[in-house]
Write a protein of this length. Structure first.
Length: 369
């Protein structure tokens, strides 16, 4: 029982620290800045068989409040076999967006990193901003990044918030929303502690020149995923002061949830599989403490004094998720916390163990861990 208690106490201390870090990292407050020299962006979006999502993404891009003359959209086709290209062509015929479609060129074990590299090589502008084809962006997305770049000129890499939608109000969708709120809260908290170790490629901006000087995805392109966090690690190693987080709902990107449990497990196995390649000591420590803390919860039913420790773990999880939900106006899924906090430890332990063996499927391709 002593070891179980220690694991849960360490977990509670870690999440409490991330909660403190969350509040230390202040929300972004746009100031009145000159509009004479706005930042120009190259928006790069890899896609593979995303016909059902591309229309919504493109419609959100056309609704951006940012001047259309100051950004371009580069869509990189990663060997799609569905109607993705037809959707894009139909949109181009009626849109004033500057859209260019490129074909991916494979040269590594990571199709997405190859696609991003292709897009960056063709980008006209210095600032690269990435998102995914199954996402939609907030109207003020680029405007907020522009403000951040002007106000904080030292920044060369900026991460932004990503959350799940749940249009069908399904239980699985609510679980994903709350799970991702906890990840987003931990991400912001780590920035506030000066130990940033997570970000999401669905909402990321960085300077092309610095990307090239750091040799881009080189040395990590043998890993299928991790186009976001491994790149951030490079920027942090070069100069941590150049890395920031855009804490505002006006820069929010919404992504589609996984449609069923099997797809969710596959996605999370892919995310977790890259953990063994983390170079951040804090990231490794966090992974260990989160795993052992959740494993300890599963062992609690075997002990008579389990109630207090369960309450401790559940309580700190609720605090982190609730404060993140309030920050990004995502209060609706909070009603599901009453059951999600009890299912989540089982899910977390299972994914952690499953990700360490075998392979995973991503966009119809099988990758080894």
């Amino acid at each position: 029982m002593i070891l179980v208690a220690v694991f849960i106490i360490l977990y509670t201390i870690l999440i409490a620290a991330l909660c403190v870090g969350f509040f230390r990292w202040k929300p972004f407050s746009p100031e009145q800045v000159s509009t004479e020299n706005p930042t120009c962006f190259s928006v790069i979006i890899p896609f593979r068989n995303e016909a059902k999502h591309l229309q919504a993404l493109l419609e959100s891009l056309i609704k951006l409040t940012y001047d259309k003359q100051h950004f371009e959209v580069l869509l990189v086709n990663d060997a799609s076999t569905d109607a993705s290209l037809a959707v894009i062509e139909a949109f181009q015929n009626t849109s004033k967006l500057h859209i260019k479609v490129l074909d991916n060129e494979r040269f590594s074990a990571s199709p997405k990193k190859d696609a991003l590299t292709k897009g960056i090589s063709q980008a006209k502008f210095e600032w690269i901003i990435t998102t995914d084809a199954d996402c939609t962006v907030a109207p003020g997305w680029l405007a907020m990044y522009n403000q951040a770049i002007i106000q904080k000129s030292e920044l060369q890499f900026i991460a932004g918030p990503v959350l799940f939608s749940n249009a069908k109000n399904s239980l699985l969708g609510s679980f994903q929303q709350l799970d991702f709120l906890s990840l987003q809260g931990a991400t912001i908290g780590s920035f506030g502690l000066g130990q940033a170790f997570m970000c999401n490629g669905a909402n990321l901006a960085f300077a092309k020149t610095q990307f090239q000087q750091l040799n881009g995805y080189q040395n990590t392109d043998h890993i299928a995923s991790g186009d976001d966090v491994f790149l951030m690690q490079k920027f942090i190693k070069n100069d941590a002061k150049q890395v920031g987080y855009l804490k505002t709902s006006k820069a929010l990107v919404i992504t589609a949830p996984q449609p069923h449990l099997t797809a969710l497990i596959t996605q999370r196995k892919r995310w977790a599989a890259k953990a063994s390649a983390y170079t951040s000591a804090f990231a490794v420590l966090t992974a260990i403490v989160v795993f052992t803390g959740n494993l300890a919860v599963l062992l609690l039913p075997f002990y008579a004094s389990a109630g207090w420790f369960l309450l401790l773990k559940v309580g700190i999880d609720v605090v982190l998720i609730t404060q993140t939900a309030r920050e990004f106006n995502q209060k609706k899924p909070l009603w599901h916390l009453i059951w999600v906090v009890f299912i989540h430890p089982i899910f977390t332990v299972f994914i952690a163990l499953a990700s360490q063996t075998g392979s995973f499927v991503w966009k119809g391709r099988t990758f080894k861990k």
